[in-house]
Write a protein that binds this ligand. Structure first.
Ligand SMILES: Nc1nc2c(c(=O)[nH]1)N[C@H]1C(S)=C(S)[C@@H](COP(=O)(O)O)O[C@H]1N2
Ligand SMILES: [Mo]
Length: 382
């Protein structure tokens, strides 16, 4: 089996177009099956969860048709420590906890770590929605957690595995990890990991276990999970803390060399950072002076007005307050107008900045913390 190690990963980052093949990427016995983002151009703030609009990815090499199909009544979460069962939870019990006042809703941008090597080449592998569920900590209240536990190993019904550091559950400056059963006010669909998936606000896609079926408490701090130990073997931050990098997707150009009609061109994109808010997006053409892109809907009212009445109601329940915008872990859409472009070849550079003082650069030390600035060639037709 070929291992997707850090060196290969960094090498793939450097080789632009070869990564397009990664649409159906094969490394040894594994592959990633990715669907492209449905719409280019106007990206709604809230992505519908529908197949082909919200992205699909199997980190565990299964085709969509083979995604677990679990009826809500059949869903059961088993909580273990090794061979010993500590407890179990049915869908109905989870919903009851929700109805008893434990329910919470928040915006979360889900982003696959493979966006880094597909890089600006694809606009897919990122989506944003309002997840509703019950904090995992509330479910664990009734469980005698082993004193020496440091990690929770997580298991999906398709065989995918990952983990969460136990201390994450008690961190008070972050939104709680949730057992989510709704997305955008609708039951979580089969492809999105329904009936119940884990949602962790600041973490990469692979930590957000779909079709969750087991949580196992362990005293072992060893890396655990398909991504943690196979696909990204040896990449430390992939295990813990597993936070999404500061990154930006330039949607209009989608990373491909495109021919556009000048002299003025409007481009759009999205930027996100794990555990931080996007504060600024800057662009430059042909390495000229940098200018600020407009952050769209970077206040709560603007976003609210763009939503359907049902989503507006749901947004009113969101744990993120109106004063916090732009939100940590949630994308910001941006737009910029490139003016007075002459016919011929140009290069666009876009970089995002976050509330923890991070800035994208052309050459960044650790792409898992700060992704490289987007750099795209394009043509203006004559
Ligand atoms: N059970 C299970 N959960 C999983 C995966 C998986 O293959 N199986 N893939 C992970 C990865 S790598 C990503 S990016 C997201 C994708 O979620 P989505 O298909 O809802 O967009 O789910 C994560 N959770
Ligand atoms: Mo992923």
């Amino acid at each position: 089996m070929t291992r997707f190690n850090r060196r290969e990963f960094l090498k793939t980052l450097a080789t632009g177009s070869a990564a397009l093949l990664a649409l159906r990427f094969t490394s040894g016995c594994e592959f990633v099956d990715v669907e492209t983002f449905g719409t280019a151009g106007a990206t709604p703030f809230v992505t519908p969860q529908d197949d082909g609009v919200w992205f699909w990815q199997s980190g565990n090499s299964i085709a969509k048709e083979d995604a677990p199909d679990i009826a809500a009544d059949d869903w059961r979460l088993t909580i273990t420590t090794g061979d010993q069962e500590l407890g179990a939870l049915t869908y109905q019990q989870l919903r009851e906890l929700g109805a008893e006042g434990e329910e919470l809703t928040y915006f979360k941008t889900l982003r696959c770590v493979f966006s880094l090597n597909l890089g600006p080449l694809l606009t897919s592998l990122i989506a944003n929605g309002l997840f509703t569920g019950v904090p995992l900590a509330a479910v664990l209240d009734a469980i005698a957690i082993p004193q020496d536990a440091v990690k929770i190993r997580t298991f999906g019904a398709d065989g995918f595995t990952s983990n969460i550091p136990l201390e994450r559950l008690t961190s008070e400056d972050q939104l709680p990890v949730m057992l989510a059963y709704e997305l955008n006010g609708e039951p979580l669909s089969r492809l999105r990991g329904g009936p119940v998936r884990l949602i962790i606000p600041e973490m990469w896609g692979y930590k957000n276990m779909k079709w969750l079926e087991r949580l196992d408490f362990t005293a072992s701090d060893e890396a655990f999970g398909v991504y943690e130990t196979v696909r990204f073997r040896g990449v430390e931050s992939i295990d813990a803390p597993g936070k999404m990098a500061l990154a930006n997707h330039t949607i209009t150009l989608a990373g491909r060399s495109a021919t556009l009609e000048g002299p003025d061109v409007t481009i759009v994109g999205v930027a996100v950072s794990g555990d931080a808010a996007i504060t600024e997006v800057r662009f430059s053409v042909d390495d000229g002076p940098e200018e600020q892109a407009d952050l769209l809907g970077d206040d709560a009212d603007e976003v609210r007005q763009s939503l359907s009445p049902a989503l507006q109601t749901l947004m009113a329940d969101a744990a993120q307050s109106d004063d916090e915008w732009p939100l940590p872990n949630v994308w910001v859409r941006w737009s910029a107008t490139l003016e007075g472009l002459s016919p011929g070849s140009h290069t666009l550079t876009v970089r995002a900045f976050d509330s923890q003082g991070r800035a994208q650069q052309l050459d960044t030390g650790d792409p898992l913390t700060v992704a490289q600035a987007v750099r795209v060639p394009f043509e203006i037709s004559g």
